[in-house]
Design a protein around this ligand. Sequence first.
Ligand code: BJ8
Length: 428
Amino acid sequence: MSEDSAVVDYHPMWEELGIDLPTHDALLSAVGQMYGDAFLTQENRPAGMSYLDFVMSEVHGLRVKELHDFRATGGKIVGTFCLYVPEEIVRAAGAWCVGLCAGAEFGYDEVERIMPRNTCALIKSFMGFELTNVCPYIKESDLIVGETTCDGKKKAYELLGEMQNVYVMELPQMKRPQDIAFYRAELDDFRAKVEELTGKALTAETLKASIKEVNDKRRALQRIAATRAASPAPISGKDALLATQVAFYDDVPRYTQMMNALADELEERVADGAGVAPAAAKRVLITGTPMALPNWKLHDIIEKSGGIVVGEEMCTGSRYYDTLVPEDGETVEEMFDALAAKYMDINCACFTPNQGRMDDIVRMAREYNADGVIDYALNFCATYQAEAFSVEKALQQAGIPIMKIDTDYSAEDIGQLSTRVEAFLEMI
Ligand code: BJ8
């Protein structure tokens, strides 16, 4: 992907994919406007963000073309929605993995014809993208992998399976040794499924390489995250969130290289005491449900209210990059054991009990010198909304201020949320 690329008309490619062109044009224009308003109005952004600006300007263009070209040579694309689906296995079997976005309110009228109105925004979003034919990533996916995390997703995958090639991985809901063994066996089945798709065998060599490659991506994100502990923060929360969101679908080695360059720049900023917000800006850690592209709503509200987001305990944040897969495995068996252990160490609210998440939030609030924590849950997400009470208790016990927010992707409550956020920032 080159930033020098001439402007290309992608309409023929989208048409070939079966995209509804007028609706899709309207979506892209709305996302472009949101992006300009949220990101390009920021001052003193790191120069390294120009790569992500470029990626976003080509969000349905150049990257989709890369997937398209890969498929034209026999390559396969696997679309995913959840952290528990290991990218390492997909890549080791010769396919590419793309996280399917679900961060915009789109096509809800169609969705509500086949699903309850009171379904979380994330599920409604990916179903809306599918039903209105506006997502080229879904169209480019040869296989879409779901997982039995929450009830809403489980039922949505049944419906999506009527329209796309969907495979569902079963996930346990506890983390006892027998649960980890169960997930480990699911990984074997998943491997077989991807190998069948690509016609290529995963080997110890390809798996070792893909573990290293995906770890490198996570290491770059860890470097960026570590700089956010500094005061003043060298990067806005919005820009850091965007970096994680793009990690789910960009080319892995290129993305890693560009994020390491960004991390170099941020480390220099920290050494020079340079930041994007005044040192006195109130520092906020966010925890909760993932924020899929193009969901920047809460970060935008906080930072336009004068605060700065210094970390995200979420799947579009630390849960994605905090832990690595050990790289010393030699056999496929050893590496699959390591993958099972790593992925079952993610603290999603779909698991019970989930004390590890409380510990992570308190630890992160301290490590990133947060003045307060905002617990963010999408409406109708029963697990995260229920767990917000445990989060509140853990933070109160640790003496860290907390505010709970339940919302969705609409702009309707932005005024009300801004008032609440401003009051919270004044209080902490
Ligand atoms: S590992 S957080 S990505 S499941 S918001 S659809 S839980 S009702 S997204 Fe998630 Fe994997 Fe867990 Fe992470 Fe359901 Fe809640 Fe909606 Fe959610």
